[in-house]
Design a protein around this ligand. Structure first.
Ligand SMILES: [Zn+2]
Ligand SMILES: [Zn+2]
Length: 304
């Protein structure tokens, strides 16, 4: 299979790697948080990330689920963890069972169903929190939230020794605050989720915008997708300075998409927008792996 060119960029001090073409494939990774947002067709360079946050079951976002778990097993990685909308947990389990039968051995997988507002700890002081988004299938968006401990302002003038004394006496000198790092909204029409603080105030908000042609408003509404005309209101609600747009289609060139948005948005708002698939972010496709190279040794019965 021809390798697609992944985009790689730094936005809001966060590295993002991914690929997105509406209806074909969407997979977006945040390597420093060890997460994938959707899996697309499971690009080889990204399956080492341990958490797969699946927004919904449309094939362009979900096709690579079985391949992700199988390849991790083949390469000797620990079982990955998929977080997904609760109604998808049973069918995904069945999918992996059937693939296990087809392949001749099961691939281990942790399947964690979430309801809107559900949370899962990724590592110490880092969680993912789901939120409901409107789309034509059971869907969730995901926010990566970091917990930070801050000194209570009333102790700001205390010396280190005084603070240590207070701590020993059991005085709560710190409070917890949350810092939303990334909000990935998946495929979704506009909705109340845009006002959630862990979405609106995230350092990076990853937002779909599929349609740009004035004739495609009806299609956008029917599929519960964003149209360019929804962007002025979305940008009013989102406070983040870094908005990464994905899920454009082959129908619209990015230069055309930019032109349409420039006509709709104030310059300040336009400056907050980055397109994931901007040509300047695209990496050269990796060379196809050579079979003779020292790859993993398949376990018995696991030859590929
Ligand atoms: Zn999609
Ligand atoms: Zn979709």
């Amino acid at each position: 299979m021809q390798q697609r060119q992944l985009a790689k960029l730094n936005i809001g001090n966060t590295e993002i790697v991914g690929y997105s073409m509406a209806g074909e494939e969407t997979v977006i990774a945040a390597p420093e948080f060890n997460v994938l947002f959707d899996i697309g067709r499971a690009p080889h360079d990204l399956i080492n990330l341990d958490y797969l946050l699946l927004t919904h079951g449309h094939m362009d976002h979900a096709a690579g689920i079985a391949y992700y778990f199988s390849q991790r097993n083949f390469l000797g990685n620990p079982a990955g963890t998929i977080l997904l909308p609760r109604p998808l947990a049973a069918p995904v389990k069945r999918l992996l069972q059937v693939w296990g039968e087809i392949e001749g051995h099961p691939s281990p997988a942790n399947i964690i169903p979430l309801d809107p507002g559900g949370e899962h700890t990724l590592r110490r002081n880092l969680i993912v929190r789901s939120f409901a988004v409107p789309h034509g299938a059971p869907s969730l968006g995901y926010a990566i939230v970091e917990y930070r401990h801050k000194l209570r302002p009333e102790f700001a003038s205390h010396s280190g020794r005084e603070l240590a004394d207070l701590k020993r006496k059991g005085v709560e000198i710190e409070f917890n605050t949350e810092v939303p790092m990334i909000a990935y909204c998946g495929d979704a029409a506009s909705g109340d989720y845009l006002d959630l603080p862990h979405v609106s105030q995230a350092k990076v908000v990853i937002l779909e915008c599929t349609f740009f042609d004035p004739d495609h408003v009806v299609r956008a509404r029917a599929g519960k997708h964003m149209h360019a005309i929804d962007m002025p209101e979305a940008l009013r609600r989102i406070q983040s300075e870094n908005i990464l747009l994905f899920h454009q289609s082959r129908r619209t060139s990015l230069s055309m998409a930019r032109k349409v948005l420039r006509a709709l948005l104030k310059k300040d708002d336009m400056d907050r927008i980055t397109f994931l698939m901007d040509r300047k972010h695209l990496q050269a496709p990796p060379p196809a792996p050579k079979p003779a190279e020292s790859g993993p040794t398949p376990k018995p019965g696991e030859s590929k």
